[in-house]
Design a protein around this ligand. Structure first.
Ligand code: ADP
Length: 446
């Protein structure tokens, strides 16, 4: 039975206006992930090989030794704390390092080891006794280029001769100058000017061409054309590689256009999130205050490791943070008005356990996995922009992939008909019961 329709004061509190929070753009989302240094996502799914090269059979390796790397490079890999290749690296690396070089398009979700794979390829093929650009890496933004540079820096720790340069707007180089760095990392526009207009380096001498984050890349006007123009200037023996976190049609079209000559195409299936080990409850409330009271009861009654609370608006999130703090909880607050670096810092603190509760809004938590969270509270249920139940966001908030395995608890706070209906729609969508919990019978949870 549905709770009675609520009118008046409470309606304003739960109305899900986005206020002035802007959603992260794809490149910011990507940068945030890199800044919080997500660990490697171990994948159980199989690798799909969508296109093969009959002349170079695919095989896979289980160790970095098996790759016959230069000793100083192998040392660098181990210094990064990598013990064995990740799932995608197992198959990608032998092919990436094979001679003659093979072109490749590879797709797998963020955090699966793509960057490490292509950085290793560049470092393996570069000849530091030769002072001219030999590897070219395209990234969607300056900040993302810098992140790749960081990986190059750590992995090349024992390659003391290696020189890297960032090709980004603002980097001034005198006309007529010839670059002597080995690896150039930059955004397509600047790289195109450097290579084609100013001829600071010779595209024909590039051995490895990498296009990273193709899906983010194509979201920016002009990047596709610029990338293709750069690629056209490369020599025919240049190894061309493209990486993407998603595999949708327009990304693939672009990939095929920019990586010619029958590349090997590999794809790692995304691990599906599931509600398998999650107990889901709902509590009926009639106001924001009652919702807070419900949370206070729960936190008082059961011992909770780390938890996240999702609010629809920044205003509610701030309000709740204050109430929870007054109640003695150590709370972190993550909202959309913060800079990417600030967000990363808050997420890191929470990960390190400095706060036990993280209160956040819809827009900020995308793509952030925090393993140790065992309780998720939907202070407000997720709605799409057109106010429909947002099942995808719901499962992302509370679902777990195989890698987390642990049991979890989800608590949905309901206030009024609309949120009740939203909850039922979500329940129906996933076919898993969301049980009712009486606010004064919290013990039932355990
Ligand atoms: P992607 O480019 O797919 O997002 P990254 O290459 O950035 O993935 O790797 C994600 C995280 O995993 C990084 O912190 C990276 O240092 C780490 N990592 C990559 N490869 C390995 C490996 N073989 N073993 C352990 N950690 C790894």
């Amino acid at each position: 039975s549905a709770p009675p329709v609520q009118h008046g004061a409470q309606a304003g509190d739960s109305s899900q206006t986005e206020e002035d929070e802007t959603e992260l753009g794809k490149e910011d989302e990507s940068l945030l992930r890199k800044l919080i240094h997500s660990k490697l996502i171990a994948s159980k799914s199989d690798l799909d090989i969508l296109q093969k090269d009959p002349n170079s059979p695919l095989f896979s390796v289980k160790s970095f030794e098996a790759l016959n790397l230069k000793p100083e490079l192998l040392k660098g890999v181990y210094a990064m704390g990598f013990n064995a290749p990740s799932k995608i690296q197992e198959t990608a690396l032998p092919t990436l390092l094979a001679d003659p070089p093979v072109n490749m398009i590879a797709q797998s979700q963020s955090g699966t080891g793509k960057t490490a794979a292509f950085v290793l390829t560049m470092l393996s093929r570069v000849d530091t006794s030769q002072s001219y650009p030999q590897c070219l890496c395209l990234a969607p933004t300056f900040e993302l280029a810098l992140q790749i540079g960081e990986v190059v820096k750590s992995m090349s720790k024992y390659m003391s001769e290696l020189r890297v340069l960032f090709a980004v707007r603002g980097e001034k180089i005198e006309r007529g100058h010839k670059l002597d760095q080995h690896i150039i990392i930059g955004t397509p526009g600047t790289l195109m000017d450097w290579a084609l207009k100013f001829k600071f380096f010779d595209l024909k001498r590039i051995k490895v061409f990498v296009l990273d984050e193709a899906d983010v890349m194509i979201a920016t006007q002009g990047h596709q054309d610029q990338s293709i123009r750069i690629q056209r200037g490369l020599g025919k023996d240049c190894q061309m590689l493209l990486f993407s976190a998603t595999y949708v049609e327009d990304v693939m079209k672009f990939a095929q256009a920019v990586i010619p000559n029958k590349p090997i195409v590999i794809k790692l299936r995304r691990e599906e999130e599931s509600l398998e080990n999650i107990k889901q409850y709902y509590i009926e409330c009639s106001s924001k205050e009652e919702k807070f009271q419900a949370i206070a009861n729960i936190y008082g009654a059961i011992s909770i490791g780390q938890s996240m609370i999702f609010c629809a608006t920044k205003k509610t999130a701030h309000w709740l943070t204050e109430k929870m703090s007054e109640d003695g909880h150590v709370v972190g607050l993550l909202t959309g008005d913060l800079m990417i670096e600030q967000r990363a810092a808050i997420i890191k603190r929470f990960r390190e356990g400095k706060e036990k509760v993280l209160i956040t809004t819809n827009v900020t938590a995308r793509g952030i996995d925090i393993e140790q969270v065992t309780v998720v509270v939907n202070f407000d249920l997720p709605l799409t922009h057109d106010m429909k139940p947002d099942c995808e966001t719901y499962i992302h908030r509370i679902g777990r992939t195989g890698r987390f395995g642990k049991n979890g608890l989800a608590i949905n706070l309901i206030d009024g008909n609309r949120s009740y209906n939203t909850m039922r729609a979500i329940e129906k969508h996933f076919g898993r019961t969301i049980e009712k919990l009486d606010a004064d019978d919290i013990d039932a949870i355990e």
